[in-house]
Design a protein around this ligand. Structure first.
Ligand SMILES: C[S@@+](CC[C@H](N)C(=O)[O-])C[C@H]1O[C@@H](n2cnc3c(N)ncnc32)[C@H](O)[C@@H]1O
Length: 345
């Protein structure tokens, strides 16, 4: 999924750092998990805990990290004869989706031209509404267990960006239709790695969560700047929650109460970072940031050394040329930074 700050291209660098400092580690915590890309990668090797303030991120994690295999959907199969719900939603016909009652079509009524916005075409919005309502109906009728429910929510949400009429984020829809929007919406079948361990996922403030969990490696990848994540991904949040919220303004934003991050506030970020490190009951701490962030490298170093063993502090700069996105290249001097420190626990 396209997501601001996704660490797809940094996985090898993080792994090298771990191999040097924590070759015997058994557990890995991705406390700001976003797309769950990092958690999924390291699930191949470690027991994983992941977390994010965003509920749609939680669904992606819950469906592919806490789930340790793709469920068999046995009850759904026995009762309705559907053993592959992803295929079922992908092959659904126009006639079938049109049977969905008008007041159950939240996406068509709010995010598509029918509702005065252009995040998605009317046809695709209805296909999504049909799938999303059906998943709720199946759950209410006890045809899905929690593992199956979250796997399906993750797959239907992951399919949306492929047909969304946006330029990068959901901060606004594009004024003219992108050709991507005319592809037929279908859920994305997500892979689930089996590691045979008790992996856990959470949907809360990472600073608070760290008071209750412990382990070997803590990977910290907070927002870098003042751009809050919820306004940029509100459509995906509503897709995952499907809670029929009140929407505001032309962009159709939902309320963000309880989901504002202190890491996006110049006034609050240093205190939040300090609390995070103070609460961390992890020996190996890896921190991702960039040179354009709200905290300076000097302050980060100071804070990390206060809560960790100063002699073990390390910082690596990753050349920006490795990042493909044009906008990042245009930022000229931008560098990705990876910090490491060991903490006595
Ligand atoms: C840079 S992104 C993480 C990207 C992720 N590593 C990936 O590869 O997709 C930062 C994430 O931190 C989350 N976040 C911000 N403040 C948070 C907090 N206090 N607790 C938990 N998550 C938070 C945001 O919702 C966002 O998903």
């Amino acid at each position: 999924m396209r997501f601001i700050g996704c660490k797809n291209l940094l996985l090898n660098d993080i792994e090298c750092l771990i191999n040097r400092h924590a070759p015997k580690a058994e557990s890995f915590c991705d406390i700001f998990s976003g797309t769950a890309t990092v958690a999924r990668y390291f699930k191949q090797k470690y027991t994983v805990i992941s977390n994010d303030l965003l509920y749609f991120s939680y669904c992606l994690q819950r469906g592919t990290i806490e789930n340790d295999s793709i469920s068999s959907f046995s009850v759904l199969h026995n009762v309705l004869g559907i053993s592959n719900p992803i295929e079922y939603f992908s092959n659904i016909t126009v006639v079938e989706v049109e049977t969905l009652l008008r007041d159950r079509r939240f996406f068509q009524n709010n995010f598509a031209p029918f509702g005065g916005r252009m995040y998605i075409t009317d046809v695709n919005a209805l296909r999504f509404d049909f799938a999303r309502n059906t998943i709720e109906d199946w759950r209410a009728g006890s045809l899905l267990n929690d593992d199956e429910y979250f796997y399906l929510v993750a797959c239907v949400v992951e399919g949306l960006p492929f047909v969304s009429n946006i330029r990068g984020t959901y901060g606004a829809f594009a004024k003219a239709w992108d050709k991507r929007a005319f592809k037929v919406y279908e859920p994305l079948r997500l892979e689930v790695t089996h590691n045979g361990k008790k992996n856990r996922c959470y949907n809360e403030d990472g600073v608070e969560l760290l008071k209750r969990i412990s382990g070997d490696i803590l990977y910290i990848d907070p927002p870098y700047n003042a751009r809050q994540y919820l306004p940029n991904y509100h459509v995906l949040e509503t897709a995952a929650r499907y809670d029929f919220p009140n929407l505001h303004g032309m962009t159709g934003l939902r309320d963000d109460s309880g989901q504002k991050s202190d890491f996006c506030s110049k006034a609050k970020v240093e205190f939040a970072f300090e609390q995070l490190l103070k609460n961390a009951q992890y020996k190996h701490i890896i921190f991702s940031y960039n040179t354009d962030g709200l905290m300076s490298v000097e302050r980060i170093a100071e804070i990390m050394k206060t809560y960790g063993i100063p002699e073990n502090y390390e910082m690596t700069e990753i050349p920006y040329r490795r990042f493909k996105s044009r906008s990042e290249i245009e930022l000229g001097g931008l560098r990705e930074l990876l910090f490491y420190i060991e903490k006595r626990v």
